[in-house]
Design a protein around this ligand. Structure first.
Ligand code: GLA
Length: 727
């Protein structure tokens, strides 16, 4: 059992970590510890640092020895003496906002229950995990709060979620309900988050935590390009290889909030969940609310190991379906090759050349429907444009299949253009607030997924297409954020439910489609990586990482993304030069090598390449077919960061530790310097590793301590891909 309960303490143990919750004076859940594994039992008195606290500290009358103003809370409620950021805040019809949740019992069960209406991690076998539910009651208001913990037995991941049930005769408004919140000692931590914008997603920020609140959030209706629903707390000296690192990753794709509060006694409250800004949920008598799940991990072996814990878990217990394990087809997407300017003939000529190179899947992007020849119209009118494609999607799919390729299609199902038949017919189907302008972004509005009729429309539209042609892949795009958020059908008092109801509608649509079409590969996209989160990865095993396809910018984006997400989830394509986003010119080898660290493909017309480049492409595809599955399932070691050097280096060690791949990237050529040394990681000291290109054999300890040397004066934007095999 990975969960036990003794003397008012819950012990949650994974292979290398312990999480301990005490029930203080039999009533209050307190956070005793999370970190490196502690063997045996502890005593609550010794683990709580609060007795020395003096001064003007208020207290709940029934607590004898310590005050809940400074006690490390496991899930703090608002209103009684704890003045830090609460985890939950409820408002009752009498106007009161005070909650007092006290311990009422617990259960421990094998396996992991599903989270109602929300994506969540899973188990394949009940023996993989144990689930602890701690029940807390606010007796005065008849509210029941359940803290849910699933502890995995073979990996260092604990998932947490929360649900609230209203047993009273009155409604109650949830103003905040975080998924995880607990207090821990501030061991001089830094807060690491992933931030950016369109075309430069998930760059890494690291700052010392400071007194007061700091964190990131989204109010955009999607997890966003700007911030990611993740944070890490890392010791001051923690680096990739050593030191304590806590990772928190929210399985949710909408508005979120993630951050820390350092309080007056220098403890940290670490918090993550749905953003309470703009959120207010009316919980009617008998109703239950489920907050999304969060993944927690801890490593005492640096940020690298924290990432490997999350990468492995997300790849195997968040991602699911056929393509979780199956090799992803090498694809070619026509977007940057043609934009809106294509017809059947052009697509087939691209397909023919793609087939010759070894590509396996041809994806037709935006512009195939309605009268969409630019981005000003037709979203919602998902009828094929016969001028461009006289034989329809079915006809095109057949021709592509005849060329020996699978066929995939782009949709942006959540959107509507004001210039569309759908909008003219149903002007109320989009997100809007009466009396306010409907602000456009990329000339489009968002369909109101809090409505059942709209969800059914999307399910029917997609299902009809999937049933009427041999479509084996769908790119599910989403190209704007929410403004004037509101629904024609929500009563005014429920307007604060809108953002979350939208997400529930989206998850319902995706659940339905995934179960009806389990063999279709879905790739997520939101103007690139605007909704790259574990919630989406429960449906889409891969997501278009960024609209920036420039290989050098991708080094940073993919490096930052890998803090949380496995490389198998990162759509990465070779595109044309000069690059369309930054106008940089990188060699085809560099573009291929960097895209190889992801779900590999092309975003160009291969007819435009020189013969020499085309030969390189053929080899890249051959390599990808041979090794991408191994790379995707490997452990990633980040050896050099493009954020603080002129280099980037990534190493992949296969599950069986036999195959080792290393990518070295030299960003700008340097004059008159010595070779650049890169030390490898994760190898066995005494094993021998052979460089497949040079035939050179090294010991693991040599590679780890002396490493490999690379020429860094050989021009700009150069990469070297090394393949080593353990002998
Ligand atoms: C978004 C996507 C692109 C492409 C276009 C099509 O920007 O991120 O990859 O599909 O839409 O309009």
């Amino acid at each position: 059992m990975s969960v036990t309960f003794k003397n008012n303490i819950f012990y949650l143990n994974t292979p290398n970590t312990s999480y301990m919750i005490g029930i203080y004076e039999g009533k209050l859940p307190v956070h005793l510890y999370y970190g490196k594994k502690i063997s045996g039992e502890i005593s609550m008195e010794r683990a709580l640092p609060v007795k020395a606290a003096r001064g003007l500290i208020p207290n709940l009358p029934e607590l004898q020895e310590a005050s809940n103003a400074v006690l490390p809370a496991e899930y703090a409620s608002f209103g009684s003496c704890d003045f830090r950021e609460p985890a939950i805040c409820l408002c009752y019809p009498d106007g009161s906002r005070i909650s007092k949740f006290e311990y009422a019992g617990y259960s421990i069960t094998k396996g992991k229950p599903k989270l109602k209406g929300l994506p969540s991690a899973y188990v394949e076998d009940e023996e993989e995990a144990d689930t602890l539910e701690i029940t807390l009651l606010d007796k005065l208001k008849a509210m029941e709060l359940t803290l849910v913990y699933t502890v995995y037995r073979h990996c260092d991941i604990i998932t947490k979620s929360v649900r609230l049930k209203n047993h009273s005769e009155d409604k109650c408004c949830i103003e905040r309900i975080l998924s995880s919140s607990f207090d821990m000692a501030n061991d001089n931590y830094d807060l690491i988050t992933l931030n950016g914008d369109w075309c430069r997603e998930r760059h890494i920020s690291r700052t010392p935590v400071f007194h007061g609140y700091s964190g990131v959030d989204s109010k955009r209706g999607a997890s966003s390009h700007q911030h990611n629903p993740f944070f890490c707390l890392a010791g001051k000296n923690t680096d990739e290889k050593a030191g304590d690192a806590y990772g928190f990753s929210l399985v949710y794709s909408g508005n979120f909030k993630a951050g820390v509060e350092v309080c007056e006694v220098n403890t940290i409250r670490a918090m993550i969940g749905i953003n309470d800004f703009g959120f207010r949920w009316v919980l009617t008598p008998g109703e239950e609310f489920y907050a999304p799940e969060v993944l927690l991990t801890f490593s005492s072996e640096g940020i690298g190991e924290m990432s490997r814990n999350l990468n492995r878990f997300i790849r195997t217990r968040i991602c699911r379906g056929r393509y979780r394990d199956e090799r992803r087809p090498v694809l070619l997407n026509n977007w940057e090759a043609t934009y809106f300017d294509f017809d059947e003939e052009k697509i087939i000529s691209i397909a023919k050349k793609a087939k010759e190179a070894g590509v396996e899947l041809l994806v037709l992007d935006d512009g195939w429907f309605g009268k969409r020849n630019d981005d000003t119209s037709s979203l919602g009118d998902w009828e094929v444009n016969k001028e461009k494609l006289p034989n329809g999607i079915d006809g095109l799919a057949k021709k592509v299949n005849e060329e020996g390729l699978k066929f995939g299609l782009w949709f942006e199902p959540e959107m509507v253009s004001p210039d569309s038949d759908l909008y003219r017919k149903h002007p109320d189907w989009c997100i809007h607030t009466n009396g306010r302008e409907r602000s456009l972004s990329r000339n489009q509005l968002i369909l109101d997924l809090s409505r059942e009729d709209v969800c059914s429309f999307i399910i029917d539209t997609l299902s009809n297409h999937l049933n009427s042609a041999n479509i084996e892949y769908i790119k599910w795009d989403m190209n704007r954020y929410m403004s004037e958020a509101g629904s024609a059908l929500l009563e005014p008092e429920r307007s604060g439910e809108f953002y979350h109801r939208y997400m529930l509608g989206l998850y319902h649509i995706l659940d339905t489609l995934m179960s009806s079409f389990p063999n279709v590969l879905f790739e997520g996209c939101a103007s690139g990586g605007g909704r790259f989160d574990p919630g989406m990865l429960c449906y889409f095993p891969q997501i278009w990482t960024s609209d920036d396809s420039d290989a050098i910018e991708r080094l940073s984006i993919q490096y930052g993304t890998s803090l949380v997400y496995p490389v198998s989830s990162m759509g990465a394509h070779v595109s044309i030069v000069p690059n369309h986003q930054v106008h940089r010119v990188c060699p085809i080898k560099t573009r291929g090598d960097i895209a190889m660290m992801g779900a590999f493909g092309y975003e160009l017309d291969l007819n435009a390449l020189s013969e020499e480049e085309f030969e390189i492409v053929k080899k890249q595809i051959e390599f990808s077919k041979k090794y991408s599955s191994i790379i995707h399932k490997s452990d990633l070691y980040r050896l050099k960061s493009p954020f603080d050097s002129n280099f980037a280096a990534f190493e992949f060690v296969s599950e069986d530790r036999r195959d080792v791949f290393m990518l070295f990237a030299n960003i700008l050529g340097e004059p008159n310097t010595i070779l650049h040394q890169v030390k490898l990681q994760g190898l066995e000291d005494d094993a021998f590793y052979k460089d497949e290109e040079t035939g050179e054999v090294y010991t693991g300890s040599f590679l780890k301590n002396i490493g490999l040397f690379f020429d860094n004066g050989n021009g700009d934007f150069r990469t070297v891909f090394v393949k080593l095999t353990r002998q």
